[in-house]
Design a protein around this ligand. Structure first.
Ligand code: SF4
Length: 651
């Protein structure tokens, strides 16, 4: 275990592969620490804890990922720990590495991933599962956790998809749900202690210690029993897993101001999907959109203070040289002091090159004011809103409380303020949806254009309708619902296309972007799957599946072929996992992972969805008892703090 750089072996491969810069590292603010930075104990015990952090997609997608960037910095700040990054290599590089016998490396020190203590994989989406298998295989780490030895890293899953890690239970050693920054430090402490004691009990003992904390899920320490019809009977700690809890809790950082990361954001060398710096202004969301897993699993709302935001923006810009700052969160306009935040930043950076952006989905005039504020100097090109459902009825089902009049008055304000393009996001395949609900999107888009033409007096305004297939997710009120089949999704979208194209008065003014239904079915299988789905993932990977989130690499036929073969002896199939509605009593594969949400509350909310009953945002109304706040020992945190962005200097 040397931690030596293998760059000399990698370098000859670079000239024959596409975008070689992505494998080189050395970005501004990246780090390569001494392999033995943590020193040794009195008897020579190794005391450094080494993390390889992986985002299981291409470098250009992974490098701006906030979660990885935060953990990278938090870990590297510790004198006795080091963290390096690794991404999925493109198929051309995979082949070159196999031919030359070069293993999966980190981009920072070009060290072999297998030499690290932990391989932490951050899953934003389930479509990265096959990419993890590629990395494990290239690294020389056995694919199955059960086959790993004391010299192999602990493979640890995190990110939103880890809230149901069962489909990858065979391949991971452990999973952490929720916020990672405190969790990685606790895990580092445990590993250091175990190492300082001379690694008693080897890998098995370390995993047991991690599981006993109650905040790390170790799938091998839990057994799943099934009913004859294929449903789960129960999930319970294995007989010999003493002291392991029945349910594993999520991690929640309660005070974001104590964690102002990333302080030194990475600046990619190669092109990446976001050429800007991001500052997270709050976590959690209580708007209660029933389809939204991110909103549900990140509760409660925790705001960063206005002073904290101001400092992060200033220091981050100084550390990176970026010219654009995105104020990130699930619904940025909902920060209780957002008007002061945007005005303060707009004042501070007025007349400079620094641009500000507010990715946001709220549909109201207030949002337009914010957008106008942020573009005082700049061009007003496009604004995005997400009504999500085409009809008012379906918006009640999903609890997206936007009326058609709200939307029309919002776009009127936008076009009136000089914006030329409005993008509208919708979903297809929502519970109880009919063709009629989706066809109303066409009427809405036409009204948007009519309104825009009227208020702006121009013909060159545009509206783009972007529509994706709905995939039900664990830990949401829609976790029980039937997903719409891919053929039905395609047929419904075909009718919408026809309705938009048939009216020549709008021509190019309305654009339509949509995806076909097939990838959604695979995502659905992986989202609500159980351990049996692991066999499908392995089979499809062996058959060549890579980069499933990329349409040019994705093959639905390959997935279905793998599922047919891998599930042939099981009483379940792809339809069972996706288009089947679940009953209240069914044990769901993720029930033993505690997101803080009360299952009875989720069920009640599902029933209210079917009744088309809306629920308000609990930030401004009494609590609905979703369960999160009492469990965290907190209350919803909202301002105003009364603080100002000052005393930072105006540039
Ligand atoms: S416990 Fe109550 S206040 Fe807290 S997030 Fe849930 S519904 Fe809102």
């Amino acid at each position: 275990m040397s931690g030596e750089s293998l760059f000399a072996a990698l370098e000859p491969l670079l000239e024959s592969v596409s975008k070689p810069i992505q494998y080189v590292g050395g970005e501004l603010n990246s780090q390569v620490k001494d392999w033995h930075c943590g020193g040794h104990g009195p008897d020579g015990e190794e005391l450094t804890t080494r993390w390889a952090l992986m985002y299981p997609d291409a470098y250009e997608v992974g490098v701006p990922n906030q979660g990885v960037m935060i953990l990278y910095e938090v870990l590297n700040e510790r004198p006795d720990a080091l963290a390096e990054r690794t991404y999925t290599v493109w198929p051309d590089m995979e082949q070159a590495m196999r031919d030359a016998d070069v293993p999966q490396l980190t981009v920072d020190g070009h060290r072999a991933v297998r030499e690290f203590d932990v391989l932490g994989v951050s899953f934003s989406t389930e479509l990265g599962y096959t990419n993890m298998l590629t990395a494990l295989d290239l690294a020389g780490i056995p694919l199955h956790a059960a086959d790993r030895g004391d010299d192999d890293p602990i493979v640890l899953a995190g990110g939103h998809a880890a809230f149901n890690p069962e489909p990858v239970a065979t391949f991971i050693d452990a999973a952490v749900i929720g916020d990672g920054e405190q969790a990685v430090l606790t895990i580092t402490d445990l590993i250091r202690e175990w190492k300082s004691q001379g690694r008693p009990g080897g890998r098995a003992e370390l995993l047991l210690r991690l599981a006993r904390t109650g905040g790390v899920y170790v799938p091998s320490l839990y057994e799943v029993d099934y009913l004859p019809d294929g449903r789960i009977k129960r999930v319970a700690p294995a007989a010999d897993a003493h002291g392991v809890p029945w349910r594993v809790s999520k991690h929640t950082v309660m005070d974001l101001d104590e964690w102002p990361y990333p302080k030194q954001p990475l600046v990619p060398l190669a092109e990446s999907v976001h050429e800007r710096m991001s500052v997270e202004i709050f976590r959690g969301c209580t708007r209660g959109c029933r389809f939204c897993q991110a909103g549900m699993i990140t509760r409660p709302v925790r705001e960063r203070s206005i002073t904290g935001i101001g400092e992060m923006v200033e220091k981050g810009l100084a550390a990176t040289g970026f010219e654009e700052v995105g104020l990130l969160s699930l619904s940025s306009a909902d920060h209780s002091e957002i008007a002061d935040v945007t005005k303060g930043l707009a004042d501070r950076y007025e007349g400079t090159q620094t641009g500000l952006s507010l990715p946001s989905t709220r549909v109201d005039a207030f949002n337009i004011d914010l957008a106008n504020e942020l573009t005082r100097n700049g061009r007003r090109s496009g604004l995005t809103f997400a009504p999500e459902g085409g009809s008012e009825r379906i918006r009640k089902v999903i609890n997206k409380m936007v009326t058609e009049e709200d939307l029309i008055s919002t776009v009127a304000a936008a076009y009136g303020a000089g914006w030329r393009q409005v993008k509208l996001y919708f979903m297809c395949g929502l519970p109880t949806e009919t063709d009629e609900d989706v066809l109303q999107i066409a009427d809405l888009a036409k009204r948007v254009i009519d309104t825009g033409r009227k208020v702006s007096g121009r013909r060159d305004i545009r509206c783009t309708v972007s529509i994706g297939g709905f995939v039900p997710k664990p830990h949401t009120p829609f976790q029980w619902c039937a997903q719409l089949g891919s053929e039905e999704t395609d047929a419904r979208l075909g009718k919408l296309k026809e309705a938009l194209r048939s009216d020549k008065r709008y021509g190019a003014a309305i654009g339509l972007r949509y995806h076909d239904g097939e990838p959604g079915i695979v995502e659905g299988l992986l989202s609500r799957g159980d351990r049996r789905v692991g066999k499908v993932i392995e089979a499809v990977w062996r058959d060549g599946a890579r980069f499933d989130g990329w349409s040019e690499h994705f093959s639905y036929e390959r997935w279905m072929r793998a599922a047919d073969a891998a599930l042939a002896d099981e009483p379940v199939d792809v339809a069972w996992y996706t288009t089947r509605e679940r009953g209240e009593a069914e044990v769901l594969p993720w029930d033993h992972l505690d997101s803080g949400l009360d299952k009875d509350w989720l069920w009640e909310d599902w029933q209210e969805a079917l009744d088309e009953t809306e629920v308000e945002d609990c930030r401004w109304t009494p609590c609905f008892d979703c369960g999160v706040c009492p469990q965290m020992g907190t209350e919803i945190q909202v301002g105003p703090t009364g603080k100002k962005l000052l005393p930072l200097t105006v540039v």
